[in-house]
Write a new protein. Structure first.
Length: 483
């Protein structure tokens, strides 16, 4: 069971400042000497990277849609082990569903699963007495919600603050902090989201500076002692912490439970995907070795598999293309039949080129940047047997990309779904697609991947990695296109 003190940072809607406050809280408590850890609601790798930078230890994603509601408590307990405090950043508005459904998979639902108090960040710059009506409505909408207090953002003056405090005092909601209108702006802006996780992962000067300043601003504007006391009032979670070894054992067949002594080396682009991927691979019998497609010039020696998560940014075409030696090493690994799992921009990296920039050339496909972004969950079926899953297996994944690959699918597609054309590539040991999976929701992937790495080749298909249908143009997914 986990007794880690915890709070969930939410907001009425996007743009109220919850990301800055969550990062600032972690940085402020870390500066005090506490061991802190961060979590992000949903599949957002970028926010999670900055939460991890602030905490000094890697943040993790909690996504009921991808892993199932029953695993949220255990995964939290696993990720929070050893921490004095956990800060969970919400997503969108407090009651907005991650999948578009308003009654589930929201920040409020996650707070309930974690039995955690919510700190509501409210942009009160244009509010007076109405702040009480807003906060009261969010508290009353769900009688199970534990609203622990609010942090007021963009407060104009001392008189404005007094008015807001009086209004909230009338409804019995504590004010845990007040940020003046220019406080967060003065701390500076985080690097643009188009840069992805890279500034945080590589500890870029601008990213480190902004995170430190956010910690200073929040540290002097928020009552850290009251927030910590609120976090410590969260009850013990009944669920035992998640165990990668148990997850692998529970998902494996009887034959898979007897593992050879050899531990094949599997290169993982750590920091560009979910942290649990490497944990599951290690539990399944792999020696996990990190690789950074933007910094490392070649694969580690004796590598027998490669995993690239969906957090690799699409905007680094120049850097990926310039890394000629690594591109050649990846092509050689795939050509030898070793298992390679590539998601999101990892698919693009395996193509011949992106916007004219040479890529690895593993797949006979090209990629181009699209004007529209694709974002959304998918209930997908494995269209071909691969190093990840047998054909016919159904999973839930998430897509977030601004590129288009042509052809959309190879002769042996990775996925199919009722609302769209087949997508992705399965060739020899390669499984590449835009769809990103959280392996904790499907831990048998790790056992299957390590078995393929140990065998040296997973080749359910043959022939060149090419020949899909003619390019159908932009993906036929109007329901999930966003500017």
């Amino acid at each position: 069971m986990s007794a880690t003190p915890r709070v969930v940072v939410g907001a009425p809607a996007s743009g109220h400042g919850k990301t800055a406050v969550a990062i600032g809280l972690l940085a402020a408590y870390a500066a005090r000497g506490l061991t802190v850890t961060g979590f992000k609601t949903g599949p957002d790798h970028v926010d999670a990277a900055y939460l991890g930078l602030a905490a000094g230890r890697r943040a993790r994603n909690l996504d009921p849609r991808l892993v199932g509601a029953a695993r949220i408590g255990p995964l939290f307990g696993y990720g929070a082990r050893g921490a004095d405090l956990a800060v969970v950043e919400g997503t969108m508005g407090l009651y907005d569903g991650l999948s578009g459904r308003t009654d589930g998979e929201s920040t409020a639902q996650l707070a309930g699963l974690l039995r955690a108090p919510v700190v509501l960040v409210v942009d009160a710059g244009a509010m007076g007495q109405s702040v009480a009506a807003l906060v009261h409505g969010f508290r009353a909408y769900d009688e199970l919600l534990w609203l622990g207090g609010v942090v007021l953002n963009r407060v104009a003056s001392g008189r404005h603050e007094e008015l807001l405090r009086e209004a909230l005092d009338d409804i019995g909601v504590p004010v845990l902090g007040v940020l003046r209108r220019q406080d967060l702006a003065a701390a500076g802006a985080l690097p643009p989201r188009s840069a992805g996780v890279v500034p945080a992962l590589h500890r870029g000067l601008d990213a480190v500076r902004v995170v430190r300043r956010l910690g200073e601003v929040v540290g002097r504007s928020v009552d850290l002692d009251r927030v910590l006391a609120l976090a410590r009032s969260a009850p013990r979670l009944a669920a035992d912490p998640w165990s990668p070894a148990e997850a692998v054992a529970d998902s494996a067949s009887t034959g898979d439970l007897v593992r050879p002594a050899t531990r094949p080396a599997v290169a993982v682009a750590t920091g560009y995907g979910y942290a649990e991927t490497a944990d599951l691979l290690a539990a399944a019998g792999a020696e996990v070795v990190p690789v950074d497609p933007l910094r490392d010039e070649t694969l580690p020696a004796d590598v027998r598999g490669l995993v690239v998560g969906a957090g690799l940014p699409e905007s680094y075409a120049d850097e990926l293309s310039a890394n000629v030696r690594l591109r050649a090493a990846v092509a050689a690994l795939a050509g030898a039949g070793r298992p390679v799992a590539a998601e999101g921009a990892g698919l693009v990296w395996l193509c011949r080129e992106l916007d004219g920039h040479p890529m690895c050339g593993v797949l006979d496909a090209t990629a181009r940047t699209n004007d529209l972004g694709i974002v959304g969950y998918r209930e997908a079926t494995a269209a071909s047997t691969s190093a990840l899953l047998p054909a016919g297996t159904t999973v839930t994944g998430h897509k977030m990309h601004r590129t288009v690959v042509s052809p959309r699918a190879g002769v042996h597609p990775a996925w199919s779904w009722p609302s769209g054309q087949p997508e992705g590539y399965v060739w020899r040991g390669v499984h590449a697609s835009y769809l990103a999976l959280h392996w904790a929701g499907c831990p048998e992937i790790a056992s299957r991947f390590v078995s393929a790495a140990r065998a040296g080749s997973e080749a359910p298909t043959s022939g060149p990695p090419t020949s899909g249908p003619p390019d159908p143009g932009p993906p036929d997914e109007p329901a999930e296109q966003a500017a």
